[in-house]
Design a protein around this ligand. Structure first.
Ligand code: THG
Length: 263
């Protein structure tokens, strides 16, 4: 499974302040911490409703790429901010994200084409976030059809079935997992998601997040936006991959054991 490091995100207080102060050292240290912990991609999110968001995105992409070649996931609701980030990317990037909403599709799919990126697609539409697995699956199918119109194949789309808190909606973990299974029944389709919403409002969030990752992997998750420096999360990931035959001769599991010695 691909690990997308989530730590460079302006909604985190320390990162928001580092962007404000243009603290290059701090951002580059966060970058290297995630890369050394095994991130395959780094999510870059410069926040919203700031007047400088395009400038901040360019700055973040530049300083991150000064210290690593790990490819980037450009995370913004604004197509303008996304394009500013993509212009600076040295490697093939992933856009985060489109939805089934017509205007987001029309604004962002041309960028997928122009900059030859992959894209994360949230399974929501003009009506909002769906409750059931079937509704999520139906939106995914609509997005695949829309992408065909731009000559973009389903292999370039990572569907995010949208994790929602079980504290307020107890069925949402099961609906999410079923959505992943349904989407993965489409040949060539891929899935990605953030995890931390699952545990919102509950104690010992890290435990729930780590166990949920294991379940999502079994359902067919291809990529997760997580904190790669979270040892419990990575232990759960390596154990799950070994158990699901996604880790030849359990080599990564053994390596992770040597490095972190979990009990
Ligand atoms: N799907 C997609 N993209 C996403 C998400 C998703 N991008 C953003 C988010 N969700 C994933 N990224 C993060 C980044 C940081 C944190 C959580 C998710 C995080 N949160 C701390 C908290 O909530 O407690 C903030 C604490 C702090 O200030 O440091 O660290 O689901 N496609």
């Amino acid at each position: 499974m691909l690990i997308i490091g989530e730590r460079i995100n302006a909604t985190r207080k320390a990162i928001g302040e580092a962007i404000e102060k243009k603290d290059i050292k701090f951002i580059q240290q966060e970058t290297l911490n995630q890369v050394h912990a095994g991130a395959d991609f780094l999510d870059i999110n410069c926040g919203m409703n700031v007047k400088d968001e395009t400038v901040n995105m360019e700055w973040l992409v530049d300083i991150v790429q000064e210290v690593t070649d790990v490819p980037l996931v450009i995370d913004s609701p604004s197509s303008e901010v996304i394009e500013c980030g993509l212009k600076k990317c040295n490697n093939k990037a992933i856009i985060n994200s489109i939805t089934g909403e017509k205007n987001r599709i029309e604004q962002i799919l041309p960028l997928v084409k122009k900059y030859n990126t992959d894209v994360i697609a949230l399974t929501m539409d003009d009506k909002g976030m769906p409750q059931t697995a079937q509704e999520r699956f139906d939106i995914a199918k609509i997005i695949i059809e829309a992408a065909k119109g731009y000559d973009i194949s389903s292999e370039r789309i990572y569907f995010d079935a949208l994790v929602r808190p079980i504290s307020t909606e107890p069925n949402q973990a099961k609906e999410f997992l079923e959505a992943i299974r349904l989407i993965k029944s489409i040949p060539g389709s891929k899935t990605a998601c953030g995890l931390s919403n699952i545990s919102f409002g509950l104690p010992n969030r890290k435990l729930l997040n780590a166990v949920f990752l294991s379940m999502a992997l079994f359902a067919g998750l291809d990529a997760a936006i997580i904190d790669p420096t979270d040892k419990q999360m990575i232990s759960s990931l390596r154990a799950s991959e070994a158990l699901l035959s996604q880790d030849e001769y359990c080599l990564n599991y053994i390596k992770a054991f040597r490095e972190t010695k979990p009990h």
